[in-house]
Design a protein around this ligand. Structure first.
Ligand code: PGA
Length: 261
């Protein structure tokens, strides 16, 4: 089964409004100039919550999806200052959400309890989730990388009650030591982990062969082609390189070319 790749730009807490507008315009133009690219590769942007709806509006008519960077562990509406629930995202026709990014796990107390609530809230209202996993440098050096990542996959599995919901899941493997550091996992190491993740998923769901597993961590135009060659790498979650439309477009092209569907 061929998986159509995904290249998702995670803007994190960037950029200012004017730059965001210019970045989206430039990217839309690049994508529209090549009819085929969106057929070969799913493209998405995850702006800040502040810019999510204006970016979505600007993307209307293009094939580029909008993604929320997070969702509340609280569902519905109510007195929860600063929170945005899955229901509110769905109400604004946002279809995708990142859950469990390592920055949220490390800096914003996203532990398993919170993540379970977030996953369930998102799936309950029909959102698609991009669930992030990854080990620290220390864990890798201790030979624990696979164990840690597979435990994070088990945490995801425990949160999913309905097997059909696996069709709404994308997994992103992002070794923490490769995020924003300029160090990428070698294509070989990334492929080894992606295969382990797929094998782990296969023990949980029959949909494992259809789940896109993206690599993230210093993906750039010049390393994307090599990563895209790996059979179990179905796309990329791109941080800093997604803040440059040309560079981001080159990453999209690399995956579109390598994974002809
Ligand atoms: P990076 O970030 O590409 O800047 O390393 C990736 C991510 O954290 O999603």
């Amino acid at each position: 089964m061929t998986i159509k790749p995904w290249v998702i730009g995670n803007w994190k807490m960037n950029p200012v409004q004017q730059k965001a507008t210019a970045l989206v315009s430039e990217l839309v133009e690049l994508v529209q100039a090549n009819d085929n690219i969106a057929q070969q590769c799913n493209i998405a942007l995850a702006p800040t919550m502040l810019h999510l709806l204006s970016v979505k509006q600007q993307l209307q008519g293009s094939s580029i999806h909008s993604v929320a960077q997070d969702v509340s562990r609280v569902s519905g509406t109510g007195a929860y200052t600063g929170e945005v629930s899955a229901e509110l995202l769905a109400d604004s026709q946002i279809e995708y959400v990142l859950i469990g990014h390592s920055e949220r796990r490390e800096l914003f107390a996203d532990d398993v309890t919170n993540l379970t609530a977030k996953i369930q809230n998102a799936l309950n209202v029909g959102l698609n989730i991009i669930y992030c996993v990854g080990e620290s440098l220390e864990q890798r050096e201790q030979g624990l990388a696979e164990q840690i990542v597979l435990q994070q996959i088990c945490d995801l599995a425990s949160a999913i009650k309905n097997d059909d919901d696996w069709s709404k899941v994308i997994v992103a493997y992002e070794p923490i030591w490769a995020i924003g550091t300029g160090k990428t996992a070698s294509a070989q190491d990334a492929q080894t982990m992606h295969l382990a993740i797929r094998q782990g998923l296969a023990q949980i769901t029959e949909k494992a062969q259809q789940i896109a597993i993206l690599y993230g961590g210093s993906v750039k135009a010049d390393n994307a082609a090599e990563l895209a060659q790996c059979s179990d790498i179905n796309g990329a979650l791109v941080g800093s390189a997604s803040l440059d439309a040309q560079g981001f477009y080159q990453i999209i092209s690399a995956f579109a070319q390598a994974k002809q569907v």
